[in-house]
Design a protein around this ligand. Structure first.
Ligand code: PLP
Length: 397
């Protein structure tokens, strides 16, 4: 007896599963099978969450913080988020502008859902973080890609943004420091792009997930601080995952004008309710116990910076490969177009032959590149680059 076909929804059929998680899963499976894999695919810090943050969460759990909490987050955490924007950027906000969500990914998704209706267009700078196109499509909206390659440092100009705007454009996504390229825009560059968004009355979703992971003395930029007008159009997403090695906790933050924050909280109230209550107390400790947190962040940054330089130097010694020295996040994005292989093919052979896991640029809308995460040990970087170098030498150029 065969069952009649039961079609899945358009949402389910059109969504692409995260390719970065897929590569990472394949690498982890090989590792579990006893292979010596050098993993450059992970999108998360290789450090554990700092101890004082874990302790605060455990204490909250013991104290019975196990019930529903207010949808947008526990009051002291929202206040601490307001305080940190004031301290770091001089941005004056109120608790009503803050929503705590289950991971920065969900904060981004809710930001899109709150501003975009079916048929609206969203400008997505490419190379893009893999989830933006999918969350735009899940809102019934249409992603419009604007591509900046390595010759412009993977950064869009205001003219490039403006050329993609149509009467249907509602939202511009910005992500500096960038996943996957690590590129960091200057404040002036972002101001000029924000001016274009204002001129065309767009919303801006500024994904500042990597704001604290910057090197070479670069200062992070918070787009919402540019002017009252920009602030009134900007949804700022940030979080704990990358800065404090808390990816598994699932806590992200939105700062938005009060009416948008309210809409986001209402959407969340029907989709997930609050972030795990006792986890929020860990996040609170990350913001409150400032000295301990700063010390933990500093030691992670020192390690990331050392690995960044080491990986950058080693990649540029491989004949045929060129790589910019990105100033943020924990990724490098070398150009492999001279090797005459599609990047998917390159990565799949690299994993099979040399047991090196990297994510193909095409996963991020950028054929001809690799994303390599240096959130891994110095040892893996050394060994992995050696193998990558051997692999490249065997390819005809
Ligand atoms: C990791 C990441 C996020 C979201 O992180 P969560 O784990 O959901 O908190 C958002 N944006 C970018 C660009 C990221 O790399």
């Amino acid at each position: 007896m065969s069952l009649p076909p039961a079609p899945l929804s358009t949402w389910a059929r059109n969504v692409s599963p995260s390719p970065t998680l897929a590569v990472d899963a394949k690498a982890k499976a090989l590792q579990a099978a006893g292979e010596d894999v050098c993993g450059f695919a992970a999108g998360e810090p290789d450090f554990d969450t700092p101890e004082h943050i874990k302790e605060a969460c455990i204490a909250a759990l013991r104290a019975g913080k196990t019930k529903y909490a207010p949808t947008p987050g526990i009051e002291p955490l929202r206040q601490a988020i307001v305080d940190r924007y004031a301290a770091e950027y001089g941005l004056k906000a109120t608790v009503g502008q803050v929503v705590v969500s289950p991971g920065g990914k969900f904060n981004c998704y809710l930001g899109v859902l709150a501003t975009c209706s079916p048929g609206d267009e969203v400008i997505v700078p490419a190379p893009y973080w893999v989830s933006y196109p999918e969350m735009v499509k899940l809102a019934g909206a249409v992603p419009k890609y604007v591509f900046a390659d390595d010759t412009t440092g993977f950064r869009l100009t205001p003219a490039m943004v403006e050329s993609a705007i149509t009467p249907r454009t509602r939202l511009l996504i910005l992500n500096s420091p960038s996943n996957p390229t690590g590129a960091v825009y200057t404040r002036q560059e972002l101001e000029a792009i924000a001016a274009v968004a204002l001129k065309h009355n767009l919303y801006i979703l500024s994904d500042e997930m990597y704001e604290h992971l910057v090197y070479d003395g670069v200062k992070p930029t918070c787009v919402a601080t540019f002017s009252k007008e920009v602030e009134a159009r900007t949804i700022t997403v940030a979080g704990f995952s990358k800065t404090y090695a808390m990816t598994g906790w699932r806590i992200g933050t939105t700062l938005a004008p009060a009416p948008i924050a309210k809409a986001i909280a209402e959407l969340q109230s029907q989709m997930t309710s609050n972030v795990t209550t006792f986890a929020q107390f860990g996040a609170l400790a990350a913001l409150k116990e400032k000295e301990k947190t700063a010390a933990a962040l500093k030691s992670m940054l020192t390690a990331f910076d050392r690995r960044r330089k080491m990986l950058h130097t080693a990649l540029n010694q491989i004949p045929g490969m060129t790589c910019l020295l990105a100033q943020g996040a924990f990724y490098l994005f070398p150009n492999i177009s001279s090797f005459g292989l599609k990047d998917m093919e390159f990565c799949s052979r690299l994993l099979d032959q040399e047991k090196v896991a990297a994510v193909p640029g095409s996963a991020f809308g950028a054929e001809g590149y690799l994303r390599l995460s240096y959130a891994t040990s110095d040892e893996v970087i050394r060994k992995g680059v050696e193998r990558l170098s051997r692999f490249c030498a065997a390819l005809k150029r």
